[in-house]
Design a protein around this ligand. Structure first.
Ligand SMILES: Cc1cc2nc3c(=O)[nH]c(=O)nc-3n(C[C@H](O)[C@H](O)[C@H](O)COP(=O)(O)OP(=O)(O)OC[C@H]3O[C@@H](n4cnc5c(N)ncnc54)[C@H](O)[C@@H]3O)c2cc1C
Length: 404
């Protein structure tokens, strides 16, 4: 370690910590990133599906092997056998190799002047006025690092975050495997999404093509192992992976409960990325929302050395950008959570009827417009069909959202 004093210390070398570091270093600050694992990007815990907008706005250089596939649409599967296809025939999402993606971000942060130290874990933080002290363990060695601004980008483990703020959210467990298929070629443009409470109590199961003969199969749920087994037992999934070679198995934590109440915990301590809950409530995706968080935070630090400044330039701007979407998506999250498989079966039928609305208003990153326009149509149609349970579930979710 070359020094024990930094303008900015970032705990966590995931994408959001690295983007914060890159932006702060570009502003001329002395920045250190600490990553507890040996290699940036490993172990990988992400499906890697992001929008072209995400790649563009986060300003990431696209390097060879970073993009595994391009996605033009989705096939949605509901209980009872209903299948809905949505596509505009254009690239809506890309699948990135998160190891390559994170490594590239590390390179960009270093190019901007940030220092990155791996195999070092921040164990204790002591924020004080104007300075924060962090106890860091690197193997058997312990060091104290001082910084003016501390950025906690530790992801959803939230060990350090919990020391400073209470957390009520209950994250889901994600489980996924990559397979190299045997003599089977799949439609490489389409992701498959499985809505079924047996596969996921709160989210969905997925099959993401990584090319014509490679797939990523997974689910995130309160009971991921059971859900994953259920997904694999589906006839079409079973047939697809019969004889296939499993390339890797990954786990991880997924947040669908939205952001924490505040990202700025002390005048000089801020959360970013998954640690702050900067995820989409509908899918749990966090690279874009958290990446933008990193951009805003990294740039705000130099302008704002006191809490009000970080709140305004970082948190305020982030909430202006994503607040409306998060609010609408959280309402629909509560609604989806309370549905049964029987309700999902009905939902599947009405979603089919409004699939054009979905195509028209769908956006990979911003869900409010689709949920408001398509969602209300779905509810009215469900009511017309005499499926009052769905309607009641929505009213309950609405009341819970208002009372929150
Ligand atoms: C199964 C699964 C699928 C997903 N699919 C998608 C997807 O398709 N698209 C999408 O946008 N998002 C997806 N996500 C979410 C996405 O992975 C996260 O939102 C994203 O990685 C958040 O980045 P981050 O930098 O905040 O945290 P992380 O990527 O979790 O990085 C945190 C880093 O901090 C390090 N760390 C933690 N504590 C310490 C410490 N005390 N000291 C030093 N280092 C520490 C960790 O080792 C880690 O490297 C998925 C998540 C899972 C689990």
């Amino acid at each position: 370690m070359t020094s024990t004093g930094y303008d900015v210390l970032v705990i966590g070398g995931g994408p959001c910590g690295l983007i914060t570091a890159r932006e702060a270093a570009k502003e001329g600050l002395k920045v250190l990133v600490l990553e507890e694992h040996k290699v940036i990007g490993k172990p990988m815990h992400c499906a890697g599906v992001i929008s072209p907008r995400c790649l563009r706005e986060l300003g990431i250089r696209v390097t060879g092997h970073m993009i595994l596939n391009e996605i033009k649409g989705a096939k949605l599967y509901f209980p009872g056998g209903n299948e809905v296809e949505v596509s505009r025939g254009q690239v809506e999402a890309i699948v990135v190799d998160r190891e390559v993606f994170d490594r590239e971000l590390a390179r960009e942060a270093e190019d901007a002047g940030a220092e990155i130290i791996t195999s070092c874990k921040a164990e204790k933080i002591s924020p004080m006025e104007g300075v924060a002290k962090v106890l860091v363990r690197c193997g058997r060695e312990e060091v104290i690092i001082r910084c003016k601004t501390l950025v906690i980008a530790e992801g959803l483990v939230r060990t350090l975050t919990r020391e400073l703020t209470p957390i009520k959210a209950k994250p889901l467990t994600g489980l996924q495997e990559d397979y190299e298929l045997h003599e089977i070629h799949i439609e490489k443009d389409y992701v498959k999404v499985y809505f079924d409470k047996r596969i996921s109590d709160r989210l969905f199961g997925w099959i993401i093509p990584l090319g014509e003969d490679r797939v990523r199969v997974g689910t995130a749920s309160g009971r991921a192992h059971i859900g994953y087994r259920e997904l694999l037992s589906r006839k079409e999934v079973e047939n697809m992976i019969r004889g296939a070679r499993r390339i890797r198995r990954m786990g991880g934590i997924v947040n669908v409960d939205g952001p924490l109440n505040t990202f700025v915990l002390r005048p000089n301590v801020a959360l970013v990325g998954d640690a702050a809950g900067q995820n989409k409530p509908v899918t749990g995706g966090g690279v874009y929302y958290g990446g933008v968080g990193g951009m805003l935070l990294g740039r705000a630090i130099v302008r704002a050395v006191e809490e009000r400044g970080l709140r305004q330039f970082y948190e305020g701007t982030w909430r202006m950008r994503f607040g409306r979407d998060i609010m609408v998506a959280s309402l629909f999250r509560r609604f989806f959570d309370s549905l049964t498989n029987r309700d999902l079966e009905v939902l599947g039928k009405v979603v089919q009827e409004v699939s054009e609305e979905i195509v028209r208003n769908g956006d990979f990153d911003f869900h409010a417009r689709l949920l408001m326009k398509g969602g209300i149509k779905v509810l009215l149609r469900a009511l017309r069909r005499g499926e009052g349970n769905i309607y009641k579930a929505f009213i309950r979710a609405l009341i819970a959202t208002i009372l929150r």
